[in-house]
Write a protein of this length. Structure first.
Lengths: 106, 216
């Protein structure tokens, strides 16, 4: 099956602004509750991937877990302007732990 | 391990034996599935990690340029420069089947106003750092999309591996021992019944002979 999907970027304005120029749709959001609502809306529309800043993701807690087992959208963490928190790599570690039982890639 | 609560009859025994065969076969198949999923998963997750490090470095670079651009230009000028993109990124999503886990495959379809034109603004009022930032982002975009694809695949595979592992364990440590014990229990019970029937018959025969012929 083939569908056309869009890509979105979410996070604080400064971090995601650049993505607008290369054709992504940007949704500035600073407040975790508002971001969670936005993400729910995006997940029901045709978005293949949502790039989310680590800083915002860290505040959203377990909200992101509901997208882990869905095929789309892929919620991918990216470092924002405030720097790399390592949250993205931790999300990989979580997958490994879930599958293997312990993080063997350390 | 607890014996199942069933009547010790021959029919139950046949049923249980059939179930045990199915359980053993299911266990073997699921174990194979788990092993293969695990192999694929480990391959992908290594790539995932390498790609993520690469992409994060790229974004850091882009953010660096962006920060400089922002310090040189006014917010309004930056807004004007970036708000009307000259290209649109769409993704074509196809489904791929890895061991009956449906994973998405992304393919970027870039719609640009002019070919190869990634800058959405004239060069007159913008800083060259903005050009660098946009260029850097544009360069890592294919990797970013690939990262999204692989990371999603890894998440889906991890969930499936966890499920399969639980099933394998449940079969191996609960279902199969339970069936084996119950089969053993029924077999014993049936044998015992048979023996008691035989001895009863022998006893009755003795009693009848004694009555008829006064045999001792």
């Amino acid at each position: 099956m083939r569908y056309m999907y869009k890509i979105a970027a979410m996070g604080d304005k400064d971090s995601i602004y650049g993505f607008a120029s290369i054709g992504l749709e940007i949704f500035p959001a600073d407040e975790p509750r508002e971001a969670a609502r936005l993400l729910r809306r995006l997940s029901e529309e045709k978005y293949a991937a949502v790039f989310l800043t680590e800083a915002l993701a860290a505040q959203m807690g377990t909200e992101l877990d509901r997208y882990r087992e869905k095929a789309v959208p892929a919620v991918i963490l990216i470092p924002g302007v405030s720097g790399n928190t390592g949250e993205g790599l931790r999300s990989i570690s979580r997958s490994v732990e879930q599958a293997v039982g312990s993080d063997i890639l350390k | 391990m607890a014996v199942l609560n069933v009547n010790p009859t021959r029919m139950e025994l046949t049923n249980l034996k059939r179930k045990l065969v199915t359980a053993r076969r299911g266990h073997k198949l699921l174990k194979d599935k788990r092993d293969e999923l695990m192999r694929r998963f480990l391959e992908l997750v290594r790539e995932n990690k390498a790609l993520r490090l690469e992409v994060e470095a790229g974004i850091k670079q882009a953010n660096l340029h962006m920060a400089i651009a922002r310090s040189v230009m006014s917010d309004e000028a930056l807004d004007v420069a970036l708000m009307m993109p000259s290209q649109r990124m769409d993704v074509e999503v196809t489904e791929k089947n890895i061991m009956s886990v449906i994973v998405p495959q992304f393919e970027a379809k870039l719609k640009a106003a002019r070919d190869g034109e990634i800058y959405s603004y004239g060069y007159a009022f913008t800083s060259c750092d903005l050009d660098d930032a946009v260029k850097a982002l544009s360069d890592i975009m294919p990797d970013l999309l690939r990262l999204a694809e692989i990371e999603k695949t890894c998440q889906l595979l991890a969930a499936e591996i966890e499920k399969t592992r639980r099933r394998v364990n449940a079969l191996e440590h609960v279902m199969i021992p339970q069936y084996e014990e119950t089969i053993k229990y029924i077999t014993m019970k049936l044998d015992e019944n048979e023996r008691s029937a035989t001895t009863r018959l022998m006893k009755i025969k003795d009693m009848m002979l004694e009555q008829a012929h006064h045999y001792q």
